[in-house]
Write a new protein. Structure first.
Length: 267
């Protein structure tokens, strides 16, 4: 039982809104978002001895499924209009965030784009991202309600977002360029620590559609899964079945992670 005030953190990564598989589409996404809501309510009830004054939602990218990421992508989508993907996801998430605020306290959203948000081919400016458009839509909807939505705009690096929770240093990154092996990720974390001149307590990522926790250079690496099921991309490319799951955890002034729950999004 905790007597100190904590922040709660939940990761939203690889929603791929608009995508369609044999067991996933926009309707299933909303059902899984509802399931996540229910699980978070149960977690809060289990932690009734804790005091929370903040919810941090870590948006690790690929909120939209995008367009033109691979040939014939439109044939695997229920919503092929990527602007509608961005608009819909913002409208769906806002009331969900409001409900979470009633459970945990005031919410803020920290975001980075993923690789599926990119516009056109790789010659297009990196900041032309439909993930960023989704974040801007959410910001416009949420600002009048006092909900902060943070993401980087050029000339700042849009893919790496350092932020703090109760004095601890976090880094948010989608994960699409840092390699699959433990060694490549540990090396990259070491390089980022040198670049920023600080020790990151926690790095949050997604991209690989598999939930993992690793330790690298005294930094905890938390990788979220996905909302998608029956997508063969993960098994074909990485040898791991896509896992519809995410993580929720607590942060106190003393420790960057005080408790942690995996949340599986299928019934």
């Amino acid at each position: 039982m905790s007597s100190s005030v904590e922040s709660a953190v939940v990761i939203l990564s690889d929603l791929h809104y608009g995508k369609e598989t044999p067991t996933y589409d926009p309707d299933v996404f909303q059902a899984r978002l509802q399931h996540l809501e229910t699980r978070l309510i149960h977690i809060r009830q289990a932690l009734q001895g804790y005091v929370f004054d903040e919810l941090v939602i870590a948006g690790a990218g690929d909120w939209v499924d995008g367009s033109g990421i691979f040939p014939a992508q439109a044939t695997t989508q229920r919503v092929a209009n990527v602007e509608q993907q961005a608009r819909d996801i913002a409208a769906i998430l806002l009331p969900w965030i409001q409900i979470q605020q009633s459970i945990w306290g005031p919410a803020r959203v920290e975001c980075v784009p993923g690789n599926h948000g990119r516009v056109g081919d790789r010659a297009t400016h990196e900041a032309a991202s439909w993930d960023l458009v989704a974040y801007r839509y959410l910001h416009m909807l949420a600002a009048p309600l006092g909900i902060e939505v943070h993401f980087n705009e050029p000339p700042n690096d849009i893919f790496l977002r350092p932020f703090e929770v109760r004095g601890h240093s976090f880094l948010l990154y989608h994960g699409h360029e840092w390699g699959r092996t433990i060694k490549t990720r540990q090396t990259r974390v070491y390089e980022w620590q040198a670049h920023y001149g600080r020790q990151f307590d926690v790095v949050i990522s997604g991209h690989y559609h598999v939930g993992e926790i690793l330790q690298g250079n005294r930094t905890l690496l938390i990788q979220a899964g996905t909302f998608v099921s029956d997508d063969s991309h993960a098994i074909r490319r990485y040898g791991s079945r896509a896992e519809p799951m995410t993580w929720a955890f607590g942060v106190s002034e003393r420790r960057p992670v005080t408790w942690m729950f995996p949340i599986y999004l299928t019934a």
